[in-house]
Design a protein around this ligand. Sequence first.
Ligand code: SAH
Ligand code: SF4
Length: 350
Amino acid sequence: MTKEQIAQLLSSTGKSALELHEKASRVRDQVCGNKVYLRGLIELSNTCRKNCFYCGIRASNTGVRRYLLDENEVLDAARFAWERKYGSVVIQSGERSDKEFTTFIASLLKKIHVATAHSMRITLSCGEQTEDTYQLWKDCGADRYLLRIETSNPDLYRKIHPSDGMHEYHNRIKALETLMKCGYQTGTGVMIGLPFQTLDDLVNDLLFFRSSGIHMVGMGPYIEHPDTPLFQFRNSIPTVAKRVGLSLNMIAILRLLMPDINIASTTALQTLDNDARAKGLKAGANVIMPNITPMMYKDAYLLYNGKTGVKDSPVEASENLEAMVRSIGCQLMLSQWGDPLKFAAGSSSN
Ligand code: SAH
Ligand code: SF4
């Protein structure tokens, strides 16, 4: 596909968008099967040292009640996922690089494996860390890592992050490369519909994914948060319907470009449109992440406005998503890791 063809597909609406999504889901079915894998999402902590201009839990937002789950809370959540026959859990957190935090994660990894009879994959999404930390966590049992590059355009990256030495595009890319070098199943992603973002940027994001050799992608719409610097540009971003449409088209095109990777249908999608997580699966995604964070913390992990499901218990969140997967005729894969085919094959999708 040429850049022009990708740009044209990305702009699809109505019937042509539906045709694109159907084509992508047929490709998923042929290559990966009509299968959806579940990952229990545990939001470990909303304490963050960074100040991304888009994110509600950025360090400078003094209105946030900060928390860190304790070991028992994490182990209970992991056991819950195991009992529901999820193949994996994702531990996501604000970024911290102090020793107390990195060793806490290391110890959690080992304990989760013991508590779940060594039968689950563990994914981390804890931001940029040193190679030593990534290696330590890998050695302690982390299998996968999610680190979104947010945008593949360095100029746009600069506009949505402060220039304080802690938010550098090249460090983000380097971290992604380090993760791959350490042997992780590596995922990345971008936000769609950011202020200042162009259609060309999104085309380049897709081409970046293809050239970077990653195994998993989680991307979703940008959603404004009132206590963030980017909120002032809320009138300049695409409408909700456009952001949802663009996100679904991005998923579908990515499936065509990289048939053997795992693609998540994200919470942010559902936040903008209650059916959009199902639509994401119908557009070629094959992973969903029920939020199994303990109830009392869910409404403190607000990256963006109006996050969906914060009042749902882990049981409700899981039951809703499991029912949704079945209702659209996809196979719900229980007790399966669901490693990306691309990783298993060590192949290249190029
Ligand atoms: N601190 C880690 C992981 C938690 S944030 C990290 O930054 O990598 C996880 C993701 O949430 C980010 O990568 C970003 O893409 C997404 N996110 C943050 N604020 C958002 C917003 N306002 N709208 C949509 N997604 C957002
Ligand atoms: Fe912190 Fe991640 Fe939010 Fe940036 S996106 S402020 S690193 S939690």
